[in-house]
Design a protein around this ligand. Structure first.
Ligand SMILES: Cc1cc2nc3c(=O)[nH]c(=O)nc-3n(C[C@H](O)[C@H](O)[C@H](O)COP(=O)(O)OP(=O)(O)OC[C@H]3O[C@@H](n4cnc5c(N)ncnc54)[C@H](O)[C@@H]3O)c2cc1C
Length: 480
């Protein structure tokens, strides 16, 4: 049996003929969270252990997680032991995959952090059209496997992001406007309950909990050991990147916003202003460069896609990589950091953006030297329509998702975050008054993630399935 110290005892210390998209931004070498976590040999680390600091380190390098203990279960049975023992010891349990959402945890001194990286199996049945992944699975291996069969999943832009955290928190990605939120492609969830039982939840087994899990975040209701979902028959896309110098932002931003209002749901795109820092890790081609980038994916024929892209191409980008690519190429299209990062961000859902809003965004980002990326993600389409039979988050309110992100440690970090906050504050008049919790890297009122009626149901379901609050999510639904 596993034993944890009580808080008081803790010393806190194929399309083979289609080429892949060219790498516009070369990937910085390093190890992923999964590789790194699986190098640790033991199963439990406590604050007194020499490797405790390493065991606490996740994708979010600047998150100072100091749990009562860190567990790395290798099987669902080991995870059950962890949950039961933690509860018996009066500790709480916080499941975590890669740590892409780790900044929004508070004090974990009474909590066992359960890292799922070793529960990362992938099972696909292309004939039946089903996918089953373990709790620690990340996107890239699954996307590559399914690509062989002309299938795709509703992944996000971070290739090494965790499937469970992304999907149960909603999940927007390159197919968002045509297929909706990833949460609504889930067909079953296997999870360990607060009593330490492994159960399978689906439309016929506790449908109320199944509804809450799909968008309500897994850790509010249990420790998810596996997810099943339905892949989409998507073999290729017309996708790529358009790049201009940042000085062109005044021309490109209004055109892009106007264009988003006119394009069909087959298109999902992202506008961003990137300022690459002067650090050696950034390749020569990009170091210190200031750019405007529009990346995106169009599902449709080449002729349709070219007609759709024409208004943006009229602005004569200096790089244009849009063309037909295998769907698996989209996993790295946005060039999110695959390795643990000090990156942090602030985000908000925005409504329609009139010209005053665009002027404001251009003005605040032009003197936000520490905002490495200011990004607008195009929403709408299937993301804004209620998914039939969907979960608690079956649509997103808002036309755009804004985020401001940067990379910094030490004293610079506080200034960087202040710059992000300033960007968000400047755009407050256009907030959609709803949060997208998946992208909230700071503590926010989780009620703002849901319709008021849905929130009341989530409170009730949380009280029913976890009355003593064994589980701890990064955005926790209270038990009151
Ligand atoms: C660089 C970057 C890019 C991103 N891109 C996108 C994007 O394109 N689309 C999008 O929708 N979101 C995106 N996000 C947000 C991301 O989807 C969320 O942060 C998501 O929660 C990450 O899941 P994870 O498992 O990787 O992270 P983690 O931090 O490991 O998990 C996040 C939370 O999910 C819950 N959770 C994780 N595993 C389990 C489990 N086994 N059982 C129960 N609960 C669990 C926990 O509450 C945990 O705190 C991005 C974030 C970053 C940092």
């Amino acid at each position: 049996m596993l034993r944890f110290p009580r808080p008081t005892q803790c010393e806190q210390s194929s399309h083979a003929e289609l080429g892949e998209l060219p790498a516009v931004y070369p990937v910085i070498a390093g190890v992923t969270v999964v590789e790194y976590a699986t190098r640790l040999e033991r199963h439990i680390y406590r604050p007194v252990d020499a490797e405790y600091e390493t065991a606490c380190r996740t994708w979010a390098l600047a998150a100072d997680l100091r749990p009562a203990a860190v567990a790395f279960p290798r099987t669902p049975d080991e995870a059950i032991d962890v949950v039961r023992q933690a509860a018996a010891d009066g500790l709480r349990v916080a499941p975590i995959g890669t740590g892409h959402g780790a900044y929004s945890f508070g004090d974990l001194s009474d909590t066992v952090l359960v890292r799922t990286n070793r529960l990362s199996d992938y099972q696909i049945d292309p004939g039946a059209g089903t996918v089953r992944v373990g709790a620690g699975a990340i996107w890239v291996p699954l996307i590559d496997m399914l690509g062989e069969y002309g299938l795709a999943v509703l992944h996000g832009t971070a290739p090494t992001g965790g499937i469970v955290g992304h999907t149960l928190g909603g999940g927007i990605g390159w197919y968002g406007r045509s297929r909706g939120l990833a949460a609504n492609s889930v067909t079953a969830v296997e999870l360990i309950t607060a009593d330490g039982e492994l159960v399978r939840i689906d439309a016929n087994h506790d449908p109320e909990l199944f509804w809450a899990l799909r968008g309500g975040g897994g850790a509010n209701f249990g420790l998810v050991t596996a997810l099943e979902f339905t892949p989409e028959p998507i073999r290729t896309a017309y996708a790529g990147v358009l790049v201009w110098d940042l000085r062109e932002a005044e021309r490109v931003l209004p055109r892009w916003v106007e264009w988003t209002a006119s394009v069909p749901d087959a298109v999902t795109s992202i506008y961003r202003q990137v300022q690459y820092p002067l650090v050696p890790e950034i390749p020569d081609l990009l170091r210190g460069r200031k750019l405007v980038v529009v990346d995106g994916a169009v599902l449709g024929s080449d002729a349709e896609a070219e007609a759709i892209m024409a208004p943006l191409r009229e602005l004569r980008p200096k790089w244009d990589t849009f063309r037909r690519v295998p769907a698996r190429s989209l996993s790295r299209l946005h060039n999110d950091s695959e390795q643990p990062s000090t990156g942090g961000l602030r985000s908000a859902l925005l409504g329609a953006l009139p010209s005053a809003a665009l002027d404001q965004l251009l003005s605040v980002t032009s003197d936000s030297s520490l905002v490495v990326t200011a990004e607008l993600r195009q929403l709408g389409g299937a993301l804004s329509r209620p998914a039939p039979g969907g979960g608690v988050l079956n649509r997103l309110d808002g036309e755009f998702l804004l985020f401001a992100g940067g990379v910094a440690t030490g004293p610079e970090r506080a200034r960087t975050i202040a710059d992000h906050d300033r960007t968000l504050e400047a755009m407050a008049p256009w907030f959609a008054n709803r949060s997208y919790l998946n992208f909230a890297q700071q503590a926010v009122d989780p009620a703002t993630g849901f319709d008021p009626g849905a929130w009341q149901s989530l409170l009730r379901i949380r009280r029913r399935v976890d009355p003593y609050g064994v589980f701890r999510a990064n955005h926790e639904i209270p038990r009151v």
